[in-house]
Design a protein around this ligand. Structure first.
Ligand code: G5P
Ligand code: MG
Length: 225
């Protein structure tokens, strides 16, 4: 099919814990796209000890959205570096202001929205453990590490994210809805929004895979996760 030359510009939206990272990771591997997570970029920027990092940390710990100009500047710089690659944004844009900034630099082809019940989200986040240095994510029920409490590849300890504490989780879920609604409506009105509902990523995945396959040829077969 004639879908070779254009670079794919895709976004995955969804509340905290909806599986954006999990789905993006699979898409990236199967289709050879760059997976760009705004949350991961932010967490990496915290380590630097700079003023911007310290400020961002206060938002992240409380489960609040970082101000639009901060995250937009960060993402625009990262996207600029990857102009020649297919990419898939995880967690950006999250407000109408961010969506408009993104419109200024590209034309989106595809927006995937993950619709997951509130109770499911709460359960998942409380069982999540991460390896901070790589961003690898585990879940004690869904994809536990080979050895409890340590990263499969490095053997380093796993930690819980500050914002996965119950108080922060509730705040994040509330805030998400308010900010995301106008973004969804914008993409829906353009006819590029594709929503997937369910409680299990593995059941949603085949539909996501089919959708992506219609836009870009897979580099790996579908069966293995
Ligand atoms: P992040 O890092 O973007 P969130 O809160 O949007 O964080 P999060 O928590 O990373 O989203 P996710 O990526 O949607 O969730 O989900 P995931 O990690 O793949 O899956 C969650 C857990 O469930 C994992 O343990 C996974 O293994 C498990 N899981 C997946 N599928 C299943 C399943 O089918 N069954 C089960 N049982 N488990 C499953 O943003 C962090 C912060 O950064 C700032 C904000 O402060 C934000 O709170 N930020 C921004 N601020 C402003 N604007 C932006 N654009 C910002 N982006 C980030
Ligand atoms: Mg994530």
């Amino acid at each position: 099919p004639a879908m070779a030359s254009k670079l794919l510009r895709a976004v995955v939206l969804g509340p905290p814990g909806s599986g954006k990272g999990t789905v993006c990771e699979r898409i990236a591997r199967r289709f050879g796209l760059q997976h760009l997570s705004s949350g991961q970029f932010l967490r990496e920027s915290l380590g630097g000890g700079g003023e911007a990092g310290a400020l961002a940390q206060q938002y992240l710990e409380r489960g609040l959205l970082v101000p639009d100009h901060v995250i937009t500047r960060l993402m625009m710089a990262e996207l600029e570096k990857r102009r020649e690659q297919h990419w898939l944004l995880d967690g950006f844009p999250r407000t109408l202001g961010q969506a408009k900034a993104l419109d200024g630099i590209c034309q989106l082809d595809l927006v995937i929205s993950l619709n997951i019940p509130f109770e499911t989200l709460k359960d998942r986040l409380s069982a999540r453990w991460v390896h901070p240095a790589s961003g690898r994510v585990y879940n004690m029920d869904f994809n536990p590490p080979h050895t409890q409490g340590v990263d499969d590849l490095t053997g380093e300890p796993l930690v819980q994210r500050e914002d996965d504490r119950p108080e922060a989780v509730a705040a994040r879920l509330r805030k998400y809805k308010d900010a995301a609604k106008p973004v969804m409506e914008l993409y829906k009105s353009r006819g590029i929004l594709h929503s997937f509902s369910g409680t299990e990523t593995n059941k949603i995945w085949p539909y996501v895979y089919t959708l992506l396959s219609s836009r870009i040829p897979p580099v790996l077969p579908e069966e293995e996760h």
